[in-house]
Design a protein around this ligand. Structure first.
Ligand SMILES: O=P(O)(O)O[C@H]1O[C@H](CO)[C@@H](O)[C@H]1O
Ligand SMILES: O=c1cc[nH]c(=O)[nH]1
Length: 245
């Protein structure tokens, strides 16, 4: 079967898909963190893989850059491939003094200058929030791993190159934990189609201070984020089993 942007069989994707922006990062994640990973989508080179983590089926697929792109992939995964959980594993910029490169942040909510959530929510302001249980499990997984995380509002920007010089200071004043380009759209799609979403980001640069990660640092901190995301999925399963017992 195929949707306009995914050519795969129903059942090819696990119920949970980890989603970085970069499809080559999806390939790297599949090859590095999953066992028995197989390619399940390559339409437009938006690579998607399904494998196992500690015996649990998990998929990973790129979502491209920006809200329009993530909205297409998240929607098709949920409505046509029975995906229930989409977890973005991305990079972001920092604006706050107490958030630095290498830090891991979790998007409990996501502000945006995009109009997509107003389009889907009859012109009203939709509070784009992550699934609470996934967020809680991610925080617990980070704590168990000894990785400090900041949890708060992301800002999902339509423009990577924002021409408004005052934007970063405004975001800092409002306590934004990270600037990226997709979470608000992904949360809106999850709400519209009854799925669960959450975002974890590694801070790759500080927008106001000008710091950025070396490639070595990027590799190490990225691994922390991936382990937190994978452990989140296992913890979520455990909690569900506990609820049923
Ligand atoms: O590293 P990823 O996941 O792509 O995330 C960030 O990087 C891209 C911009 O360079 C945007 O997609 C932004 O959200
Ligand atoms: O979207 C992004 C990602 C990293 N850094 C930024 O400033 N913006």
């Amino acid at each position: 079967m195929a949707t306009p942007h995914i050519k795969a069989q129903r059942g090819d994707f696990a119920d949970t898909v980890l989603m970085p922006g970069d499809p080559l990062r999806a390939k790297y994640i599949a090859e590095t963190f999953l066992e028995d990973a197989r390619l399940v989508n390559s339409v437009r080179n938006m690579f998607g893989y399904t494998g196992h983590y500690q015996g649990r089926p998990i998929s990973v697929m790129g979502h491209g850059m920006g809200i329009p792109s993530v909205s297409i992939y998240a929607k098709e995964l949920i409505t046509d491939f029975d995906v229930r959980n989409v977890i973005r594993v991305g990079s972001c910029g920092a604006v706050r003094d107490d958030v630095a490169v290498r830090d891991v942040v979790i998007g409990m909510g996501a502000c945006t200058d995009s109009g997509v959530n107003r389009s889907r929510f009859a012109g009203m302001d939709f509070a784009a929030i992550a699934d609470f249980a996934l967020t809680r499990h991610a925080v617990d997984a980070a704590e168990a791993r000894g990785v400090p995380v900041k949890v708060g509002n992301l800002f999902s920007a339509d423009l990577f190159y924002d021409p408004r010089p005052e934007t970063a200071e405004l975001l800092k004043r409002y306590g934004i934990v990270g600037v990226e380009m997709e979470a608000a759209g992904m949360y809106g799609v999850a709400a519209e189609f009854g799925a669960r979403a959450m975002t974890i980001c590694t801070v790759s640069d500080h927008i106001l201070k000008g710091d950025s990660l070396s490639s070595d640092d990027r590799e190490r901190t990225f691994a922390d984020m991936m382990h937190i995301a994978l452990e989140t999925v296992l913890r979520d399963d455990q909690a569900k089993r506990g609820d049923q017992a």
